[in-house]
Ligand binder design. Sequence first.
Ligand code: FAD
Length: 520
Amino acid sequence: SPSYFTVIMLLSRLMVFIGISKNNYVLSSNLQALDIAPKLSRDPSAIASASQDYGLIVKSVPRTVLFPSSPQDIASLIKSNYDSSAPFTIAARGNSHSIRGQAMAKNGVVVDMTWLNKNSNQTGIRVSDDEKYVDVGGEQLWIDVLNVTLRSGLSPVSWTDYLYLTVGGTLSNAGISGQTFRYGPQISNVYEMDVITGKGDFVTCSPNNYSDLFYAALGGLGQFGIITRARIPLEPAPKRVKWIRMLYSDFSAFSRDQEHLISKNERADQTALNYVEGSLLLNQGSLDNFRSTFFPAQEQPKIISLITKYGIVYSLEIVKYYDDQTTATVDKDLHQLLKGLSYLPGFLFEKDVGYVEFLNRVRSEELKLRSKGIWDVPHPWLNLFIPKSRMSDFNDGVFKGIVLQRKITTGPLLLYPMNRNKWDDRTSASIPEEEIFYTVGFLLASGFDNWQAVDDQNKSVLEYCEKAGIEVKQYLPHYTTKEDWISHFGSKWNTFQQRKQQFDPKFLLSPGQSIFNNNS
Ligand code: FAD
């Protein structure tokens, strides 16, 4: 009878409630017994910020937030948790610029890494005496790494477009930008790391020492340990950059030129480019779009009519660094590099800016968007890696099909190629098998009530790729099923799983990635 089912349902709800309460109680009493208890907070504002991220799409409420003063605090939390009979999940939260709750821990503990920076005894950012590398805390922002190393006239070589991201956060993914074709992603530019594993062990690892953990953690989506220090190679910093954008109406000419430009990619070759990216310009009546303020105001009407004519215009973006020694030769080198390219005549635009102004370019866009109140809005982003052999199909089906039809133009659409041989296959990062692959970033924003439309477009893009047999990999991946994760890692899945057993056997770290735990 219905009343019988009602009773059963109520009883089962009660049992679930008792289970959750018991778990919470155990969690609280375990935590209260720790010597780091005073650094754990249930303050509503701490809980609220740990429950959201840059994406503003998902929300997962943690039980408590750890504000560590040292890596030892983190090790102590993880160790006692690992030894407990009712362990909880733990997520490192860098600058929380993830999109889908990757740095969250529902009912668990979020470790606010930025707090480490408040203690001056910690690693911080320290350039070595021989000026060959910099030791940086996992919590440090790349902008701060840049500012400190520049004081010694030095700089890391591999970057992300945006620098207000933590070192631990980008090394857990890959860290890519226009420099990747030549220098590799950031995970190819690390000498050594301190990592606290899921068992609470504090391990200094490198290619020669505990190399399993070293490669596991690089691109490891936070699954194997918390990175508390990374040793990053340095090179002399350039002073200025020549920054050029060229426009194309034809995709095959554009991609042919991009691939040609990334073929000259020896690290030591002083005549090679330092940065190659690209983006789509879409018909939206203006160029007032995140990252498109590059073009001089007087040229914009001409560019807008080009876009109106073709629907899509492809913008190839390159940079050549220079300093006092190379000022005299940089233009000649650039001229040589641009010889034979097929951009539309009259559509080459050039800037000459300082090195920091170039690297920190997204910050000025951020400040503009903030002033208009459109920075802290939902960001249903989709980032893909696509094998070169299928880019033309992707262009036809996605850019000229889905994107043109839906007309969602609230953010940049990036696309640029990279060389696989600059990636180290021993890391956890999963990339396409082909020697050249593209990254495509749909970096679209929305209002609070219409992010679903953007997300629907993302779904259509993925469905199109699946139907067309285009083997894409997501970058900054978000999957909801185990099968999708297995397929994402492909031949790396077994190793990924074995490493998880080895370094986080109770599956406690980074639950927000939803690989081994369901965090929803
Ligand atoms: P969080 O979002 O805090 O964390 C990300 C993941 O790493 C989580 O799983 C977290 O648990 C884990 N984690 C964090 N810190 C540690 C640590 N110390 N040890 C182990 N695990 C840790 N990416 C690029 O590659 N190139 C770009 O050009 C680029 N541009 C971006 C621009 C913007 C505006 C934004 C918002 C993001 C961009 N990203 C880019 C993506 C960015 O690299 C990732 O979202 C990265 O994770 C953000 O770093 P975070 O410090 O905010 O990490």
